[in-house]
Design a protein around this ligand. Structure first.
Ligand SMILES: NC(=O)c1ccc[n+]([C@@H]2O[C@H](COP(=O)([O-])OP(=O)(O)OC[C@H]3O[C@@H](n4cnc5c(N)ncnc54)[C@H](OP(=O)(O)O)[C@@H]3O)[C@@H](O)[C@H]2O)c1
Length: 309
């Protein structure tokens, strides 16, 4: 029984957070939103909004007292803009430093939270080949992998204070009109869609509904702890995913995007877009989680139909 249990959420105003908050509110959780801009947050998500300074200690820490759970989704967007050293630092600090301060504040609370659900990403594994990667696979060593390792190390410290902690390694989230899908659809609409070369790199996606359900599973299921891959059980190569997207849109998937063009447009970020990893949600499946969208075609049909309504 939820009975108005208090849950604190950072990053609640983001793509995943908005849907997650709506679902938690429906289940009768009492939401406390940590946001850099609480006035704006109040207009976007249900719950009480508290001003949060992610990389500085502050009065926000007192709002953690007595919370049942904390879900931590905040972070500067990875695909927000072309990376330079300053932006890479922001990507890192907004995750690693923010997680450290959040865990310190949880540890110092008189009534500590029982559960911590900490965001992470499949970038943890680095760019990889055809090898299937479950939660036991080792980390990579590129920039995003290094951020992922440091981010998870800070998050896992919550366990030392008796807080059950799950590190949710999220794949590429597919949502209606937002995120990756919003970037991928327009070229197809103009008949110039196609895979990102080389095309054989893996695309480990997840439908937003499953992402949110797995977050709630991590919050509620006492068997959940440690890393948890949040990806659909059937990742595809970039070429196959593009073909499926073209099929659902009724458009050809024929014009490949060459790596040099991505590099020219996005710099180092272009290399990330042209690589991938084949991630398997072993733990979620072992826990008996049944994916609402296990394959990409029904997931895309569902999301793209919403776009048209
Ligand atoms: N979407 C994906 O495909 C995907 C894939 C893998 C991992 N993830 C991870 O999952 C988490 C949530 O993803 P999302 O797509 O929902 O994120 P999002 O839409 O980019 O939003 C995340 C939230 O983080 C806060 N934020 C933005 N810039 C920040 C900064 N510089 N410092 C501190 N906080 C900042 C914002 O909240 P306020 O303005 O209210 O403070 C924002 O609403 C992120 O950590 C992301 O890395 C997402």
């Amino acid at each position: 029984m939820v009975n108005g249990k208090k849950v604190v959420i950072t990053g609640a105003t983001g793509m995943i957070g908005k849907k997650l908050c709506a679902q938690l509110a429906l289940r009768d959780y009492q939401l406390v939103i940590f946001s850099r801009n609480p006035d704006q947050a109040r207009t976007r998500v249900p719950g009480a909004a508290v001003r949060w300074t992610p990389t500085e200690e502050g009065a926000w820490a007192s709002a953690l007292d007595g919370a049942y759970g904390v879900i931590h989704l905040a972070g500067a967007p990875i695909f927000g803009k072309r990376w330079n050293e300053a932006y890479k630092q922001e990507i890192r600090d907004s995750r690693v430093t923010a997680t450290r301060l959040l865990v310190q504040a949880m540890a110092a609370a008189q009534n500590k939270p029982a559960v911590f659900v900490c965001g992470s990403a499949i970038g943890y594994y680095g760019a990889s080949d055809d090898t299937e990667l479950d939660e036991n696979a080792p980390p990579g060593n590129d920039f995003l992998a290094q951020v992922g390792v440091a981010w998870e190390q800070e998050g896992a410290r919550a366990e030392e204070y008796g807080i059950r902690t799950t590190l949710v390694r999220t794949g590429i989230v597919l949502a209606a009109g937002e995120g990756a899908l919003a970037q991928m659809v327009p070229p197809f609409q103009f008949f110039v869609g196609g895979p990102i070369l080389p095309g054989r790199q893996w695309f480990s996606w997840i439908h937003l509904d499953d992402e949110v359900e797995l977050m709630i599973r991590a919050l509620e299921d006492p068997r959940c702890s440690g890393p948890l891959n949040a990806t659909a059980p059937n990742p595809q190569t970039n070429r196959d995913f593009s073909a499926t997207l073209g099929k659902v849109l009724g458009r050809p998937s024929w014009l490949p995007v060459p790596t040099f063009a991505l590099n020219a447009l996005f710099g180092e970020l272009g290399t990330v877009l042209a690589s991938g990893q084949r991630v398997i949600p072993r733990k979620a499946l072992d826990l008996g989680y049944q994916f609402k969208y296990a394959t990409s075609e029904p997931a895309l049909r569902h999301l793209l139909a919403q776009r048209e309504t």
